[in-house]
Design a protein around this ligand. Structure first.
Ligand SMILES: NC(=O)c1ccc[n+]([C@@H]2O[C@H](COP(=O)([O-])OP(=O)(O)OC[C@H]3O[C@@H](n4cnc5c(N)ncnc54)[C@H](O)[C@@H]3O)[C@@H](O)[C@H]2O)c1
Ligand SMILES: [Zn+2]
Length: 379
């Protein structure tokens, strides 16, 4: 298990490369996550050295004139033929209509086997462009270039791609590992603070599920993290990527049950997101509330002491994240949770903490206990 030192910024404060190896798969599907500052300026030479003759950048329109443009210039400087397709910002772009537009655009560009897709944006563009790469021409090479904290610590790593259907999120998708992930910490400089905070919820999640030392480090570096101190941000991103790599290497396709721990707080969060209407809360904000509920449920079941709940809540509050939900009818939330694709035959399953740094999947919890927790955690 990767460790982080609570007193400093770990062993990789100035850029690093984290290898990802899938033991059961072919050599070609091993790749690395490169983390650094200003590394989008050299993305062209990096990718041109991999037998790629041409790239199609699929970019969130919010980064079209900044980070996407930096990538485009770098590819042109490296002599790589480059096309750019802009995608409207927001979750609604993870749609079959947007995917179809991209498929048609790729067809009109006559892309071939030596063409790579470069996904520049947050989780929306990463999931969408990854899915389009997985499906066009039976699979194109894709590089993930995450520009939100959520994408840098979570969605760009692990190979899950997909789009939404009107009846549910992420219902159509594919596991499609990228050929590489290029994480430029400087890309976060333009990110609005609410989006940055949303990413911090997932960061706290990694400490809670896997790494107590990292959790303590977050507690002791709150101010630097809030102020986006570059060393602190780089330490956060590299630690979370290492932790996620550790999980997905062992359970690439969510088959052994290990990868499910990444859903800590998410069963509650998805229900709250659905009940509030998409777009009211950012995903990370719902995850923050969901983790508070999960910890309280664990406390109610006698799995943890109250001080663990308090430490988690205090840390989330320090990052200006919400810890209570609007008052919803608990029966409605329960109903949504029972229909969650992670529940089995309507039985509620939750990933719950046993201590800071360790969680486990708990099955068949009494609905009345869950209701009590839902009521106690709403305002
Ligand atoms: N594949 C996975 O494993 C996985 C994991 C977690 C989340 N996700 C998915 O990720 C999505 C959420 O990702 P997200 O939080 O990154 O949302 P997002 O992609 O919508 O980005 C959030 C907002 O930030 C803007 N933005 C992006 N980069 C910017 C930058 N550098 N500067 C300024 N603005 C910028 C976007 O235009 C958008 O408005 C969801 O669809 C979720 O399902 C996938
Ligand atoms: Zn999440």
């Amino acid at each position: 298990m990767p460790r982080s030192n609570p007193n400093d910024f770990g062993d990789v404060p100035q850029g690093c490369s984290i290898p990802l190896n899938f033991a059961r798969s072919s050599h070609e599907r091993n790749y690395s996550i490169q983390i650094g500052r200003g590394i989008l300026r050299t993305i062209g030479s990096e990718i041109a050295s991999r037998n790629i003759s041409r790239v199609v950048i699929i970019a969130d329109e919010a980064v079209a004139l900044s980070h996407s443009l930096t990538c485009e210039k770098s590819f042109l400087d490296a002599g790589v033929e480059t096309s750019v397709i802009r995608v409207p910002s927001g979750e609604q772009s993870k749609s079959i209509q947007q995917a179809e537009q991209l498929w048609i655009a790729l067809a009109s560009l006559n892309v071939d086997r030596r063409t790579a897709i470069i996904a520049v944006g947050g989780g929306v563009v990463g999931d969408l462009a990854g899915f389009v790469a997985a499906t066009f021409s039976r699979g194109l090479t894709v590089w993930q270039v995450p520009t939100t904290l959520v994408a840098q610590v979570d969605s760009a790593v692990g190979g899950k791609t997909g789009i939404n259907l009107p009846c549910g999120k992420n219902l159509v998708g594919a596991f499609w590992q990228p050929s590489g992930v290029i994480v430029d910490i400087h890309a976060l400089d333009t990110l609005p603070s609410r989006e940055y905070g949303s990413g911090l919820a997932e960061v706290v999640k990694y400490g809670m599920i896997l790494d107590p030392t990292f959790f303590s480090w977050l507690e002791s570096h709150c101010n630097k993290i809030r102020l986006r101190d570059p060393d602190a941000v780089e330490h956060i991103v590299s630690t979370c990527c290492r932790l996620k790599v550790h999980v997905v290497e062992q359970d690439e396709r969510e088959e052994t049950g290990l990868r499910v721990i990444l859903n800590y707080g998410h069963t509650f969060a998805h229900a709250i997101e659905t009940a509030s209407g998409y777009g009211v809360l950012l995903h990370g904000e719902a995850v923050s509330i969901g983790m508070v509920m999960a910890a309280r449920l664990a406390e109610r079941l006698g799995m943890i002491d109250a001080d663990i709940c308090s430490r988690q809540e205090f840390l989330l509050t320090s990052f200006d994240l919400p810890v209570t939900s609007a008052a919803f009818d608990p029966d409605i939330l329960l109903d949504i949770m029972a229909r969650d694709k992670k529940s089995v035959a309507g039985r509620l399953r939750f990933v719950l903490p046993e201590c800071i740094g360790k969680v486990r999947l708990v099955d068949s919890i009494d609905h009345n206990i869950v209701k009590e927790v839902l009521t106690a955690s709403s305002r």
